[in-house]
Design a binder for this molecule. Structure first.
Ligand SMILES: N[C@@H](CCC(=O)N[C@@H](CS)C(=O)NCC(=O)O)C(=O)O
Length: 231
Protein backbone atom coordinates (compact mmCIF):
# COMPACT_ATOMS: atom_id res chain seq x y z
CA UNK A 1 0.00 0.00 0.00
CA UNK A 2 1.20 3.49 -0.80
CA UNK A 3 2.32 5.77 2.04
CA UNK A 4 1.52 8.84 -0.04
CA UNK A 5 -1.36 11.19 0.64
CA UNK A 6 -3.57 11.77 -2.37
CA UNK A 7 -6.04 14.54 -3.06
CA UNK A 8 -8.05 14.44 -6.29
CA UNK A 9 -9.52 17.55 -7.86
CA UNK A 10 -12.57 16.19 -9.66
CA UNK A 11 -15.92 16.87 -11.30
CA UNK A 12 -19.06 14.71 -10.92
CA UNK A 13 -19.51 14.22 -14.69
CA UNK A 14 -15.95 14.00 -15.98
CA UNK A 15 -15.16 10.65 -17.66
CA UNK A 16 -11.41 11.26 -17.22
CA UNK A 17 -11.90 11.72 -13.47
CA UNK A 18 -13.84 8.44 -13.45
CA UNK A 19 -10.79 6.64 -14.85
CA UNK A 20 -8.73 7.89 -11.92
CA UNK A 21 -11.30 6.98 -9.26
CA UNK A 22 -11.75 3.53 -10.79
CA UNK A 23 -7.99 2.98 -10.46
CA UNK A 24 -7.99 4.35 -6.89
CA UNK A 25 -10.77 1.91 -5.99
CA UNK A 26 -9.27 -1.06 -7.88
CA UNK A 27 -5.97 -0.52 -6.10
CA UNK A 28 -7.50 0.24 -2.68
CA UNK A 29 -5.78 3.60 -2.39
CA UNK A 30 -7.29 6.02 0.15
CA UNK A 31 -7.79 9.55 -1.17
CA UNK A 32 -9.61 12.80 -0.61
CA UNK A 33 -11.88 14.06 -3.39
CA UNK A 34 -12.65 17.73 -4.02
CA UNK A 35 -15.16 18.60 -6.76
CA UNK A 36 -14.28 21.70 -8.76
CA UNK A 37 -16.79 24.07 -10.34
CA UNK A 38 -15.21 24.14 -13.80
CA UNK A 39 -17.19 27.29 -14.76
CA UNK A 40 -15.72 29.08 -11.77
CA UNK A 41 -12.61 27.24 -10.60
CA UNK A 42 -11.11 28.23 -7.23
CA UNK A 43 -7.81 30.12 -7.20
CA UNK A 44 -5.90 27.32 -5.44
CA UNK A 45 -6.81 24.98 -8.32
CA UNK A 46 -5.87 27.46 -11.06
CA UNK A 47 -2.51 28.09 -9.36
CA UNK A 48 -1.45 24.45 -9.51
CA UNK A 49 -3.28 23.20 -12.62
CA UNK A 50 -1.29 24.03 -15.77
CA UNK A 51 -4.22 23.24 -18.09
CA UNK A 52 -7.09 24.14 -15.73
CA UNK A 53 -8.53 20.65 -16.14
CA UNK A 54 -9.63 17.80 -13.96
CA UNK A 55 -8.51 15.25 -12.95
CA UNK A 56 -5.64 16.87 -11.08
CA UNK A 57 -4.00 14.76 -8.42
CA UNK A 58 -1.98 16.30 -5.59
CA UNK A 59 0.50 13.87 -4.11
CA UNK A 60 1.91 14.47 -0.61
CA UNK A 61 0.51 18.02 -0.69
CA UNK A 62 3.24 19.23 -3.06
CA UNK A 63 3.24 17.51 -6.46
CA UNK A 64 0.38 18.11 -8.87
CA UNK A 65 -0.12 15.45 -11.55
CA UNK A 66 -2.42 16.05 -14.50
CA UNK A 67 -3.66 14.02 -17.49
CA UNK A 68 -5.68 10.95 -16.55
CA UNK A 69 -3.44 8.51 -18.43
CA UNK A 70 -0.42 9.67 -16.41
CA UNK A 71 -2.39 9.58 -13.16
CA UNK A 72 -3.58 6.02 -13.84
CA UNK A 73 -0.05 4.83 -14.67
CA UNK A 74 1.28 6.39 -11.46
CA UNK A 75 -1.43 4.82 -9.30
CA UNK A 76 -0.71 1.46 -10.92
CA UNK A 77 3.03 1.76 -10.30
CA UNK A 78 2.90 2.72 -6.60
CA UNK A 79 0.80 -0.32 -5.65
CA UNK A 80 1.39 -4.07 -5.90
CA UNK A 81 0.30 -5.91 -9.04
CA UNK A 82 -0.24 -4.21 -12.37
CA UNK A 83 -3.45 -3.40 -14.21
CA UNK A 84 -1.59 -3.61 -17.50
CA UNK A 85 -0.61 -6.60 -19.61
CA UNK A 86 2.88 -7.83 -18.64
CA UNK A 87 4.08 -8.34 -22.20
CA UNK A 88 5.45 -5.05 -23.64
CA UNK A 89 3.64 -5.43 -26.96
CA UNK A 90 0.32 -6.29 -25.31
CA UNK A 91 0.81 -3.38 -22.91
CA UNK A 92 1.47 -0.99 -25.81
CA UNK A 93 -1.59 -2.38 -27.58
CA UNK A 94 -3.75 -1.67 -24.51
CA UNK A 95 -2.32 1.86 -24.37
CA UNK A 96 -3.20 2.36 -28.04
CA UNK A 97 -6.82 1.46 -27.28
CA UNK A 98 -6.77 3.78 -24.27
CA UNK A 99 -6.04 6.55 -26.78
CA UNK A 100 -8.90 5.31 -28.91
CA UNK A 101 -11.16 5.56 -25.83
CA UNK A 102 -10.20 9.23 -25.50
CA UNK A 103 -11.00 9.80 -29.18
CA UNK A 104 -14.33 8.12 -28.58
CA UNK A 105 -15.07 10.55 -25.74
CA UNK A 106 -14.49 13.36 -28.24
CA UNK A 107 -17.04 11.82 -30.62
CA UNK A 108 -19.50 11.38 -27.74
CA UNK A 109 -19.15 15.09 -26.92
CA UNK A 110 -19.72 15.99 -30.59
CA UNK A 111 -22.76 13.71 -30.56
CA UNK A 112 -24.54 15.15 -27.56
CA UNK A 113 -23.75 18.74 -28.53
CA UNK A 114 -24.64 18.27 -32.24
CA UNK A 115 -26.66 21.34 -33.28
CA UNK A 116 -29.21 19.60 -35.50
CA UNK A 117 -30.60 16.21 -36.44
CA UNK A 118 -28.33 15.80 -39.44
CA UNK A 119 -25.14 16.35 -37.43
CA UNK A 120 -26.56 14.19 -34.64
CA UNK A 121 -27.14 11.27 -37.03
CA UNK A 122 -23.70 11.70 -38.60
CA UNK A 123 -21.99 11.62 -35.18
CA UNK A 124 -24.04 8.56 -34.23
CA UNK A 125 -22.77 6.80 -37.36
CA UNK A 126 -19.20 7.73 -36.35
CA UNK A 127 -19.85 6.14 -32.96
CA UNK A 128 -21.16 2.98 -34.59
CA UNK A 129 -18.04 2.83 -36.79
CA UNK A 130 -15.85 3.11 -33.69
CA UNK A 131 -17.82 0.39 -31.89
CA UNK A 132 -17.34 -1.90 -34.91
CA UNK A 133 -13.58 -1.30 -34.69
CA UNK A 134 -13.66 -2.13 -30.98
CA UNK A 135 -15.60 -5.33 -31.66
CA UNK A 136 -12.78 -6.50 -33.93
CA UNK A 137 -10.15 -5.99 -31.18
CA UNK A 138 -11.91 -7.89 -28.41
CA UNK A 139 -10.96 -11.44 -27.48
CA UNK A 140 -13.09 -13.87 -25.47
CA UNK A 141 -13.73 -11.38 -22.66
CA UNK A 142 -15.15 -10.55 -20.29
CA UNK A 143 -12.61 -7.70 -20.29
CA UNK A 144 -10.56 -6.10 -23.06
CA UNK A 145 -7.62 -8.50 -22.76
CA UNK A 146 -9.41 -11.45 -21.18
CA UNK A 147 -10.19 -12.39 -17.59
CA UNK A 148 -8.39 -9.56 -15.84
CA UNK A 149 -9.60 -6.00 -15.41
CA UNK A 150 -6.95 -3.59 -16.74
CA UNK A 151 -6.53 0.19 -17.07
CA UNK A 152 -7.98 0.00 -20.58
CA UNK A 153 -11.20 -1.31 -19.00
CA UNK A 154 -11.27 1.66 -16.62
CA UNK A 155 -11.31 3.87 -19.72
CA UNK A 156 -14.31 2.20 -21.38
CA UNK A 157 -16.51 1.92 -18.24
CA UNK A 158 -17.20 5.69 -18.42
CA UNK A 159 -17.54 5.53 -22.24
CA UNK A 160 -20.33 2.94 -22.10
CA UNK A 161 -22.00 4.66 -19.15
CA UNK A 162 -23.00 7.53 -21.47
CA UNK A 163 -25.13 5.13 -23.48
CA UNK A 164 -26.91 3.83 -20.36
CA UNK A 165 -28.07 7.41 -19.76
CA UNK A 166 -28.71 8.23 -23.44
CA UNK A 167 -30.62 4.99 -24.09
CA UNK A 168 -33.85 6.75 -25.07
CA UNK A 169 -32.02 9.13 -27.40
CA UNK A 170 -29.92 6.78 -29.53
CA UNK A 171 -30.86 4.55 -32.44
CA UNK A 172 -31.73 1.05 -31.24
CA UNK A 173 -29.20 -0.50 -33.56
CA UNK A 174 -26.18 1.43 -32.20
CA UNK A 175 -25.12 -1.60 -30.17
CA UNK A 176 -26.66 -4.29 -32.36
CA UNK A 177 -24.49 -6.90 -34.10
CA UNK A 178 -21.68 -6.33 -31.58
CA UNK A 179 -21.77 -9.35 -29.25
CA UNK A 180 -18.28 -8.88 -27.79
CA UNK A 181 -18.79 -5.17 -27.16
CA UNK A 182 -22.12 -5.87 -25.46
CA UNK A 183 -20.59 -8.57 -23.29
CA UNK A 184 -17.74 -6.23 -22.32
CA UNK A 185 -20.14 -3.35 -21.66
CA UNK A 186 -22.17 -5.55 -19.33
CA UNK A 187 -19.08 -6.78 -17.45
CA UNK A 188 -17.93 -3.20 -16.93
CA UNK A 189 -21.36 -2.05 -15.75
CA UNK A 190 -21.26 -4.79 -13.11
CA UNK A 191 -17.78 -3.90 -11.85
CA UNK A 192 -17.99 -2.26 -8.42
CA UNK A 193 -15.22 0.26 -9.11
CA UNK A 194 -17.01 1.39 -12.29
CA UNK A 195 -20.36 1.68 -10.51
CA UNK A 196 -18.85 3.68 -7.64
CA UNK A 197 -17.05 6.14 -9.92
CA UNK A 198 -20.15 8.34 -10.14
CA UNK A 199 -22.79 9.52 -7.69
CA UNK A 200 -26.42 8.40 -7.61
CA UNK A 201 -27.47 11.66 -9.28
CA UNK A 202 -25.14 11.13 -12.27
CA UNK A 203 -27.83 10.43 -14.89
CA UNK A 204 -29.96 13.48 -14.02
CA UNK A 205 -26.88 15.70 -13.83
CA UNK A 206 -25.68 14.51 -17.22
CA UNK A 207 -29.09 15.06 -18.84
CA UNK A 208 -29.21 18.59 -17.32
CA UNK A 209 -25.73 19.26 -18.70
CA UNK A 210 -26.76 18.09 -22.17
CA UNK A 211 -29.82 20.38 -22.06
CA UNK A 212 -27.48 23.29 -21.22
CA UNK A 213 -25.51 22.62 -24.40
CA UNK A 214 -28.65 23.57 -26.41
CA UNK A 215 -28.06 20.97 -29.12
CA UNK A 216 -30.41 18.51 -30.78
CA UNK A 217 -30.23 15.94 -27.97
CA UNK A 218 -30.90 18.66 -25.40
CA UNK A 219 -34.14 19.50 -27.25
CA UNK A 220 -35.13 15.80 -27.28
CA UNK A 221 -34.52 15.61 -23.52
CA UNK A 222 -36.64 18.72 -22.94
CA UNK A 223 -39.46 17.27 -25.08
CA UNK A 224 -39.31 13.99 -23.22
CA UNK A 225 -39.38 15.70 -19.82
CA UNK A 226 -42.34 17.83 -20.91
CA UNK A 227 -44.28 14.77 -22.11
CA UNK A 228 -43.61 12.99 -18.80
CA UNK A 229 -45.07 16.00 -16.93
CA UNK A 230 -48.23 15.92 -19.08
CA UNK A 231 -48.72 12.18 -18.76
N1 LIG B 1 -6.73 14.76 -21.59
C1 LIG B 1 -7.27 15.12 -20.29
C2 LIG B 1 -8.70 15.59 -20.47
C3 LIG B 1 -9.28 16.14 -19.18
C4 LIG B 1 -10.50 17.04 -19.45
O1 LIG B 1 -10.78 17.40 -20.62
N2 LIG B 1 -11.23 17.40 -18.40
C5 LIG B 1 -12.35 18.30 -18.55
C6 LIG B 1 -13.56 17.83 -17.76
S1 LIG B 1 -14.13 16.27 -18.31
C7 LIG B 1 -11.98 19.66 -17.99
O2 LIG B 1 -11.36 19.77 -16.98
N3 LIG B 1 -12.41 20.72 -18.69
C8 LIG B 1 -12.21 22.06 -18.25
C9 LIG B 1 -11.47 22.87 -19.27
O3 LIG B 1 -10.97 22.31 -20.27
O4 LIG B 1 -11.36 24.08 -19.06
C10 LIG B 1 -7.15 13.94 -19.33
O5 LIG B 1 -7.09 12.79 -19.82
O6 LIG B 1 -7.08 14.13 -18.11
Amino acid sequence: MTAHTIKLAAHPLCPYVQRSTILLQEKNIPYERVNIDLDNPPDWFLKISPLGRVPLMIVDAHTALFESAVICEYLDEITPGSLHAADPLEKAFERSWIEFGSAMLGTIWDFYTAPDREAYNARQQELKDKLILLEAQLKSGPFFSGNEFHIVDAVYGPVFRYFDVFEKFVERDLFSGLPKVNHWRQALAQRESVQKAVGTDYAERLLDFVVQQQGYMGECIKDQRASLKIA
